[in-house]
Structures are given as structure tokens and as C-alpha cells.
Design a protein around this ligand. Structure first.
Ligand SMILES: [Zn+2]
Ligand SMILES: [Zn+2]
Length: 427
């Protein structure tokens, strides 16, 4: 066993895996661009307070999952467990409310949570997320959902479904929470221990408890949509109407209203949504988000509405890999130079430099091996061509260029960068 391994809950992305990542990241950037969401990068750590106030003291993230440390100056800092709080902090700090609203932003990067180790849960996770800040209209809710849906479709992940709910706002939620507490008080002996402990402080969380014993109780619980105030109710009706309008473009945009969908973070208001993979039955999520109209004010800014989603790229990559129809692009070099003898070795090195400078992908086969071993190496590198240089080729000043991926004919090409580049490019 090696002395060092990647820390639990983290993983390496080796070169062979990178084409999947490039595909997912490139598609994310392109999708964000189509919707006008500019890129934002925020620091990987922030003051601990930001998450305590922004994400919420009572959440699992803040209570159990944060990587918090004191730096040498005595400040308490935390590796960001999620993206929204940092983006909102930046929105306030840089006065982005002075720009045309909403400010549309996307981010891609690593986030850190001390998760219990289990399949598909990582302690360093990678997310793609978007935020639209400064516009409270339902149109923006649906724009953000459309963006998420469009992204997943662009990755050829089909069969997904959308679940959506409205959890109201500070106006109407207190009455709903009272009704929930009341309801759960009557079922307190039937729910799990976790729920018994949190039903006073975080009654919403009982609704999305995944334990079998809590399912029937959650299904029969009061629905937040029955408690919405007039403003929240009008917003909710518009979201649904706008969502129906997306069906011309996405006939399979099959949404269901799920009153048990509440999301785990305190900052959500009104619309919350999740997109889940095929056959997930509420047990796994590709993307989740919602509106957070109180968050900016909570962390010290002016009252400002916002909405966004985040999506786990780790999860997305495994979906992409499990689908047919996505083949990572060929990643081998254009040519491996096979060389026999000292003189050929010198020429190989010089030609490789020239061809690389010309924009081609070139490897020089390892020194001191037989021709046969070097050819095997060229094939294992998935090169398009092998260029063979031995004593005879040095003498004639022409190398043998042999195609490796198809059955083309070997040809003799002058041993200079210009002729070789032309032949390798096939023009
Ligand atoms: Zn439970
Ligand atoms: Zn309301």
C-alpha cells in the first residue's frame, strides 16, 4: 500500500478522464454565455460568519460539514461549502446593484464539505452554478430553470425530470411553519431521531427526510403552497404558467409540484426546484436551486432579490460517462517520432521542436529501445502517425511516415518541418 493516498472524499482527475471534464465545462461556459451569465470567480475561503449568516446556523452544512480554521492572524475562515453566499458577498462589496439588474453570473469551481463518505459524495466537490441577482420577477425563476435544463440536454442526458415547489417568504412562511410543527407534534413518536431533534428549529427539513419511516408522514404533511400570501401565490402562478411556455421548446420538460421539496439551506424563499436523473424517485439530484430574496440583506446588503442553482459536476460526469453517444475526442498526438541511432535521435528532437512550434502534437519515442518497441509505444499513445527515422532515412533525408489509426499507405516525406507539417495536416 502506498504511503500517501488522496484524502478521503477527494479524487484525482487523471489525463484519461479530462475529455469528459472538458466537455462538461466547455458546455457549461457556452450555455451560460447563451443566457448572458458572465463568469465570476470568488475566493475559495471566506469569513466563517458569511456562511453562518448566509447559509444558516441550523443547517447541516454549517453545523457538521464546514472546513473551518483559524489563520495565523486569528481570523476564522472557512473553505467555501457552496457558491451563493460568496457571490452575494461580491455583489454587495462591488456595488453591482449599480449595474443593470438582474446581474447574471455563473461560476465553476471546487467546494468543500465534510460529508459522510458514501458513493457519489465528495469532500471536495466541483460545481457549476448560476445566480441572477436584483430582479424578483417570476420570469427570472423560469430563465434560471431553463438554463439548467438546457445545460443538461446539451450534455445528452435525457430522461431527467423537474420537481418544483414554493416555500413562501417571511410574510407567509411563519404560519406555515407553525402548521408544520403542529402536524409533526402529532407524529413525533413515528419520525426518526434526527427529525425529533430538529422539528422545532428547522421543521422544513423534516419534509425532505429520506428515511423510510418518515415518508408517509411527510407525504401527508401540510403543503406550503396552501399557505402562500397573495404576493407569493401570484408569483407561484406565474412561474407555473411560464414553465408551461417552455414546453414548445422542450416537450419533455415534465415537471411535478412536490410539496416535500424544501432544499437544505435556510436562505431559500418562494421558488425551489431540483432536476433529478432518470428513475431517481426523489433519491438523487443533478441540480438544485431556488430563490433567495432575503439573503443579500441578511449578509449586510440592501434588500435585493436573487435566484440561482448549483449542480454537482462530479455527478454530471458520471451521468455523461454512462450514456452512449458521447465519445471523448481523440486525445493522442499527431505523430510519434521513432528513431534509431544517435544521429536520428538528434534529428528527432529538433524536428519535434519545430513541429510543436508549428502547432502539431508530437512525442519522441523513448530513447534506447528497438524499432518494434518504439512502434508499440506509438500505437499505445494513440498517435495518428509514426515518423520513422533510421540511418537510411538520414542518408536519403526522407523519413517514413506511417499512418496508425487507419490503413493508409506509408509514405516518404522530406525530413524538414515544412514538408512534415504539410503531410501531417494532409494538405
Ligand atoms: Zn426522518
Ligand atoms: Zn408570501
Amino acid at each position: 500500500m502506498p504511503s500517501f493516498r488522496a484524502p478521503r472524499g477527494t479524487y484525482d482527475i487523471l489525463p484519461d478522464e479530462q475529455p469528459y471534464w472538458s466537455f462538461a465545462l466547455k458546455t457549461a461556459a457556452e450555455t451560460a454565455k447563451r443566457f448572458g451569465y458572465g463568469r465570476i470567480d470568488t475566493p475559495m475561503f471566506e469569513p466563517t460568519d458569511l456562511f453562518e449568516r448566509g447559509v444558516g446556523d441550523a443547517t447541516d452544512i454549517v453545523q457538521k460539514e464546514m472546513y473551518t480554521f483559524e489563520d495565523h492572524g486569528g481570523d476564522s475562515l472557512t473553505l467555501r461549502p457552496e457558491g451563493t453566499a460568496g457571490v452575494c458577498r461580491a455583489y454587495i462589496e462591488h456595488g453591482l446593484h449599480n449595474q443593470p439588474q438582474p446581474v447574471r453570473m455563473h461560476y465553476i469551481g471546487p467546494y468543500f464539505r465534510y460529508e459522510r463518505p458514501q458513493a457519489g459524495r465528495f469532500r471536495q466537490l466541483r460545481q457549476f452554478g448560476v445566480e441572477a441577482i436584483g430582479d424578483g420577477s417570476p420570469n427570472v425563476d423560469v430563465e434560471v430553470i431553463e438554463l439548467g435544463w438546457s445545460y443538461i440536454r446539451s450534455l445528452n442526458i435525457n430522461g431527467t425530470s423537474l420537481r418544483i415547489n414554493s416555500i413562501g417568504d417571511s410574510e407567509c412562511r411563519p404560519a406555515y411553519l407553525d402548521a408544520l410543527r403542529e402536524y409533526y407534534r402529532g407524529h413525533i413518536d413515528e419520525v426518526c431521531d434526527d427529525d425529533r431533534q430538529r422539528f422545532e428549529s428547522a421543521p422544513l427539513r423534516l419534509l425532505d427526510c429520506k428515511r423510510t419511516q418518515c415518508q408517509g408522514i411527510g407525504d401527508a404533511a401540510p403543503k406550503s403552497t396552501d399557505f402562500l400570501c397573495d404576493a407569493c401565490d401570484a408569483h407561484w402562478a406565474s412561474v407555473i404558467a411560464l414553465l408551461d411556455g417552455l414546453k414548445d421548446t422542450y416537450p419533455d420538460l415534465d415537471y411535478s409540484i412536490d410539496h416535500r421539496l424544501v432544499r437544505g439551506l435556510d436562505y431559500y424563499t418562494r421558488t425551489v426546484f431540483e432536476i433529478e436523473p432518470e428513475n431517481a424517485a426523489g433519491q438523487s439530484t443533478l441540480l438544485g436551486g431556488g430563490r433567495y430574496d432575503g439573503l443579500i440583506e441578511e449578509i449586510g446588503g440592501p434588500p435585493t432579490p436573487g435566484i440561482g442553482f448549483a449542480l454537482g459536476l462530479d455527478r454530471i460526469i458520471s451521468e455523461v460517462k454512462s450514456r452512449e453517444g458521447f465519445v471523448p475526442p481523440e486525445s493522442g498526438p499527431d505523430v510519434v517520432i521513432v528513431h534509431l541511432g544517435d544521429e536520428a535521435g538528434l534529428r528527432a528532437s529538433a524536428l519535434a521542436a519545430g513541429l510543436r512550434d508549428d502547432g502539431l502534437g508530437v512525442l519522441v519515442a523513448p530513447v534506447g529501445r528497438s524499432m518494434r518497441a518504439q512502434m508499440r509505444y506509438s500505437n499505445s499513445m494513440n498517435a495518428r502517425y509514426a515518423l520513422i527515422i533510421g540511418d537510411r532515412e538520414i542518408e536519403s533525408a526522407e523519413g517514413a511516415l506511417r499512418p496508425l489509426r487507419d490503413n493508409g499507405e506509408q509514405e516518404a516525406v522530406a525530413l524538414n518541418v515544412q514538408a512534415l507539417a504539410k503531410a501531417l495536416r494532409g494538405d
